[in-house]
Design a protein around this ligand. Structure first.
Ligand code: ADP
Ligand code: MG
Length: 369
């Protein structure tokens, strides 16, 4: 478990207090494999391209020609096609959610080829309790803990950002202002970003639906409504107790654009241009991850694209991060699965120290209770 703050320590410093060094590894990388699709079964039968070992947390990638093991990767968790949304949530997202309420930052990032289940995992079917994805479960858990805690007052705020062709868009777009990014002491501040207060789960869901209407999608061979943009749903949970000591935790729920190569997706013309910008940001993400992982902290190219600037804290900074990499089971996905697992293996080596955001200053109005 995360180490909880020791609130008896010096609370009189004027600035945000950083303490409670955490002893366990703050980055978790897990793999989720979806079931075969009907299309795959009709073309390839159930010819598997991988072998999963959930106990050991390993994925064997099979050589498509001779079915021998081409390469084996190990992760913090592996979820096969039978694993439910609840299994994934309990296994790798609940602890991050708990830490937000204790004043830590967190990120849950879905990475993978289009059609492998990023959106299914993050969003799922919002109307079906069993099929609800991580977002619903995280938000429900936050409000249920808030409702049980009589010792603190809480405020939950929501922002919803899309990065499309390396441009930031405010999907809640309340202010109508253009978003600009500024470096601040503990990360990036997005000037003009809507940050709405939500009183309960339904408030979050309503804003989420409003934001989704503003997203961009385009048809490709790989998925009818494949996502060409990255989205970040950001929850900020602020709380204070009777001594007016404030804790703030920020959680980013990230659904990345598909990581597939454009040859396979069959993109041309305008769609290809769009895709190359999208892939640029994913390749910068890959570069950033592999540089941090290799211990090279000098010239990490966060600034090369908006995605890595926005995720800077999640990758190299003060944040508990779960990377949920999604793959397909089929032999036809050999190259893309390898790419996803390579990225994920690098991500496993991200190293950082996580501290709580704890301040003796009092928050402002609008608290839930
Ligand atoms: P992505 O967002 O990565 O492009 P989607 O989440 O849209 O992929 O998933 C593609 C299809 O596969 C959808 O029809 C989705 O319902 C289905 N799917 C993905 N993951 C699973 C899973 N774990 N179990 C059942 N169906 C899944
Ligand atoms: Mg998607």
């Amino acid at each position: 478990m995360h180490q909880i703050l020791n609130e008896e320590q010096d609370i009189n410093s004027n600035h945000v207090k950083e303490e409670a060094k955490v002893t366990h590894h703050p980055v978790k990388v897990v793999i989720r494999c979806r079931p075969f699709s009907e299309k795959e079964i009709s073309i390839h039968g159930k010819e598997a391209g991988i072998l999963l070992d959930e106990e050991l947390g390993t994925v064997d990638v099979l050589d498509p020609k001779n079915k021998t093991v081409h390469r084996t990767y190990a992760f913090d968790g592996v979820y096969g096609p039978e694993r439910t949304q609840e299994d994934v949530y309990i296994g790798c997202c609940k602890a991050v959610t708990d830490s937000i309420l204790d004043g830590f930052n967190g990120s849950i990032i879905a990475y993978g080829q289009t059609g492998t289940g990023k959106t299914y995992t993050m969003e799922g079917d919002l109307r079906n309790t069993e099929q609800q994805g991580m977002m619903c479960r995280v938000v429900q858990h936050i409000f249920s803990r808030i409702n049980m805690d009589t010792s603190r007052s809480y405020q939950v705020n929501l922002s919803y950002i899309e990065i499309y062709q390396d441009t930031l868009r405010d999907l809640l777009n309340i202010s109508g202002k253009k978003l600009t990014m500024h470096e601040v002491e503990n990360g990036i501040y997005m000037d003009g970003l809507s940050n709405v207060t939500c009183r309960d789960f339904n408030d979050v869901l309503n804003w989420y639906h409003n934001g989704k209407v503003n997203r961009r999608t385009r048809r490709t061979n790989m998925s009818i409504s494949s996502s060409r943009s990255h989205t970040i749903l950001r929850l900020t949970v602020t709380s204070f107790d009777e001594k007016k000591e404030v804790k703030t935790g920020i959680l980013n729920l990230v659904d990345l654009a598909g990581s597939e190569s454009q040859r396979k997706a069959g993109t041309k013309g305008e769609a290809l241009k769009e895709a190359s910008k999208m892939n640029n940001s994913l390749s910068t993400l890959g570069k950033v991850v592999s540089m941090i992982s290799s211990g090279n902290h000098r010239h990490i190219p966060y600034r090369d694209c908006k995605l890595t600037r926005v995720l800077q804290e999640s990758l190299g900074g003060n944040c508990f991060t779960t990377i949920l990499a999604t793959i397909g089971p089929c032999v036809s996905d050999f190259e893309e699965t390898l790419n996803t697992l390579r990225f994920s293996a690098h991500a496993r080596n991200l190293k950082k120290t996580v501290k709580a955001n704890f301040s003796p200053r009092c928050g402002e109005g609008g608290f839930i209770k």
